[in-house]
Design a protein around this ligand. Structure first.
Ligand code: SF4
Ligand code: SF4
Length: 87
């Protein structure tokens, strides 16, 4: 079962309670304010998650958070897993 649009595993995030985050699928806007462009893009296309997008893995998804030191690979890998599980 997928837990986010981008491949982040919200249910096992240990900061979820701490920052009062409802998780990607439940929230309209991210708890940090503003908009998540990946979430918005995915939902505009009415896709469950990026793994089922014909443009996967697009530039936006692959570079999200990289400038803040986050490795995009686990998210991309998770999207592929969710995509396989859905077949
Ligand atoms: S980064 Fe965006 S798409 Fe990923 S879990 Fe957070 S809100 Fe959802
Ligand atoms: S893979 Fe890229 S283009 Fe496709 S829904 Fe995700 S963010 Fe949008």
């Amino acid at each position: 079962m997928f837990e986010s649009r981008c491949g982040v595993c919200c249910n096992s995030c240990d900061r979820k309670e701490q920052v009062n985050c409802k998780g990607c699928l439940e929230m309209k806007l991210p708890f940090w304010g503003g908009e998540c462009k990946v979430k918005a893009c995915c939902e505009e296309k009415t896709l469950d998650h990026c793994g089922v997008c014909p443009e996967f893995p697009c530039e936006m998804l692959s570079t999200m958070g990289v400038d803040q030191g986050f490795d995009p690979e686990p998210k991309l890998r998770q999207c592929r897993i969710w995509s396989e599980e859905n077949r």
